[in-house]
Design a binder for this molecule. Structure first.
Ligand SMILES: [Zn+2]
Length: 242
């Protein structure tokens, strides 16, 4: 459920998630990294209760929303210099740029760092090296996950072919003929998020639209997928920008 609250001349939109399975007695308010306001509420809470709980903390919320937006503003644009944060399979790493004259551009994962070796001080080389590395890793990881999942889904006769495509606002899609298109940026998300996207697309090979039968299939193979989707949605801005 979406709602909003007026505060002075500002409008604060928020999204309410009713949590029937969880034992929470109070309304809990979260500000996501992208500045979205999520409100978890027990089933017993009325709309008015929720509105009041949000109203009581409106100054706190505005402070955090402003801070999140400020942080995001600073994320843009990436400079490809040592110390910047990068994501891979749901973990955060620090970028380390190493200058080695005459060496070929290379990328490796070492401890908490993703190290990019470049022969000269050139941001373009670092950027290209990282993009190539993510693409190569995504090919390996996606193939592994799609293969593993395809074997457990009865309606698939084999492992569907995968195509990589950089997209601005979509993680994946699939064609009626069974070609799976996945966004290489997805390899930055956790395995759980990655599996959710793959499963969503593989379910479309049985149910070609978002019908109740489609969601029943998704529920059966990944109970609680909604929570995973919310987490992925909240990270989308950051992961797609890197
Ligand atoms: Zn879909």
């Amino acid at each position: 459920m979406r709602a909003s609250l007026h505060y002075g001349e500002h409008v604060l939109p928020y999204e309410v998630r009713i949590q029937p399975g969880r034992v929470i007695r109070k309304v809990a308010i979260h500000v996501e990294p992208d500045g979205r306001v999520l409100v978890d509420a027990p089933e017993s809470a009325s709309e008015q209760d929720i509105h009041q709980a949000v109203g009581a903390r409106v100054r706190w919320i505005f402070g955090h929303v402003a801070a999140a937006k400020e942080r995001l503003r600073h994320v843009l644009p990436r400079e490809y210099v040592s110390g910047e944060s990068l994501h891979y399979l749901g973990r955060r790493y620090r970028l380390k740029v190493s200058l080695v004259p005459n060496a070929p551009t290379a990328v490796r994962l070492r401890g908490g760092h993703i190290e990019v070796v470049v022969p000269q001080d050139d941001v373009g080389l670092v950027q290209a090296g990282l993009q190539g590395w993510y693409r190569q890793r995504s090919r390996v990881v996606f193939q592994e996950r799609v293969t593993a999942m395809a074997h457990s889904l009865a309606w698939l006769k084999g492992v569907p072919p995968i195509r990589l495509l950089n997209m601005r606002s979509q993680w994946g899609s699939c064609s009626p003929a069974g070609l799976l298109t996945l966004n290489p940026h997805l390899v930055k998300a956790s395995r759980e998020c990655l599996d959710y996207v793959v499963l969503h697309e593989l379910c479309h090979l049985k149910e070609h639209n978002h019908s109740p039968r489609f969601y029943a299939l998704l529920d059966k193979h990944m109970p609680g997928w909604q929570r995973v989707k919310l987490r992925l949605d909240s990270l989308a801005d950051v992961l797609l920008r890197e």
